[in-house]
Structures are given as C-alpha cells and as structure tokens.
Design a binder for this molecule. Structure first.
Ligand SMILES: Cc1cc2nc3c(=O)[nH]c(=O)nc-3n(C[C@H](O)[C@H](O)[C@H](O)COP(=O)(O)O)c2cc1C
Length: 181
C-alpha cells in the first residue's frame, strides 16, 4: 500500500468482527511502534497488549460513555499506550524545553505508526483518549512512574469508518510568518 493512500484511507474504526489477529500481524503493529522516532531515541513507551475479555470489560467500564465504548470489548486486542514520566525531553533530569515532558508527543507518533501499520495489514483502530486514566492504571497495575495515555482497540473492521471533514490547507498553513485573516 502506498504511504499517502494509507494516510488518506485510515479511518477510526469502532465496530469489529469476531476474528482473532494472527500473532505475526499483531507483531508487525508492535514493530511499527518499536521503530517510531522519539526524543533522543528515549523510547519511553510501554504497551500493554490486552486480549483477556474480562480485562477488556473492566477497561470498558473505565471508558464509560464514549463512541468507542463497544469497540473496547468487540476488538480482539486493545493496546494500552503508557510512557515513563520525566524521560523524554529531559537531559540530566532537567527539562530541556519549556514544553516539559515530551512523552505524550512520542506516544502520539507511536500511536499513528501503529494505526498505519494496522491499516496496512487490513486491521482497523480507534484512538481512545477519553476515559478514567487512574482506573485504567489500577486495572492494569501500571507503576506510578508511568502514565497511561490512550488505548487502541485493534481488529478486523466490521464496518467502514466515515471520514469527518478536514480543515483546508489554506486555513492552517502559514508561509514565512504566522498569518490569520
Ligand atoms: C488523541 C485522540 C483521542 C481520541 N479519543 C477518542 C475517544 O475517546 N473516543 C472515540 O470514539 N474516538 C476518539 N478519537 C478518534 C477521533 O474522534 C478521530 O480520529 C477523528 O474524529 C478523525 O476521524 P478519523 O480518525 O476517522 O480520521 C481520538 C483521536 C485522537 C487523536
């Protein structure tokens, strides 16, 4: 699949078939995370691969009212993205920039890598960010020095996603200097 086609055609998928993901395919998605760029190659990500239905059901409870609620249990696999705090964007334990911890940024890139690799393999994903993060940390036993950020239900799409509209390039691209008419 061409890269631009994958970027254009990837959609958030919230309905999944009852079909397992072969291990080599799941592995290719995890490898896409492994080879993502990160601040000074910090690779501060930690990924919890959830397959157990009872764990997925508990995660769904932590999600509550959310368009992706059903996806949390329908999907055969849910990837939970966490990062080690105070690593990315730090040098000698000091923040290198005014932006502080770059862990969220690194995870964002890793998440898109995973979503595109999944799409390339015929799988669908939806990024889930709206949930009770403390609850999910407790359910999964995530250590205090790590932050849970997002969850990514992963599976074979049962329905196509509809593309929400995008802002025009002219609306957000600025040449040489920030301009807003
Ligand atoms: C950081 C982030 C958090 C998101 N959280 C949720 C969520 O909690 N529930 C949900 O259904 N979709 C969530 N989404 C999916 C967005 O709604 C979706 O990406 C956006 O509407 C564009 O649609 P597309 O992915 O099909 O291009 C999230 C996406 C991102 C990037």
């Amino acid at each position: 699949m061409e890269m631009m086609e994958a970027i254009f055609k990837r959609r958030s998928i919230r309905h999944f078939e009852d079909k397992a993901i072969p291990e080599p395919v799941l592995n290719s998605v995890l490898e896409a995370i492994q080879w993502s760029p990160s601040w000074a190659n910090t690779q501060c990500w930690e990924i919890v691969v959830v397959k157990d239905t009872s764990v997925k059901e508990r995660l769904q409870e932590a999600v509550g009212r959310n368009p992706a609620s059903k996806a949390m249990v329908q999907a055969p696999v849910v990837l939970v993205f966490c990062y080690t705090k105070n690593r990315s964007g730090f040098y000698n334990a000091q923040e290198s920039t005014i932006l502080g911890d770059w862990g969220m940024f690194d995870l964002g890139i890793a998440t898109q890598s995973a979503a595109l690799a999944a799409h390339d393999a015929g799988l669908g994903t939806v990024v889930v960010g709206l949930f009770d993060h403390r609850k999910v940390s407790d359910i999964l036993g995530v250590p205090a020095e790590m932050q849970v950020v997002s969850m990514l239900p992963l599976g074979y799409p049962a329905r196509d996603g509809k593309a929400p509209p995008r802002r025009a390039l002219a609306d957000f691209v600025h040449t040489d200097r920030f301009s807003k008419e």
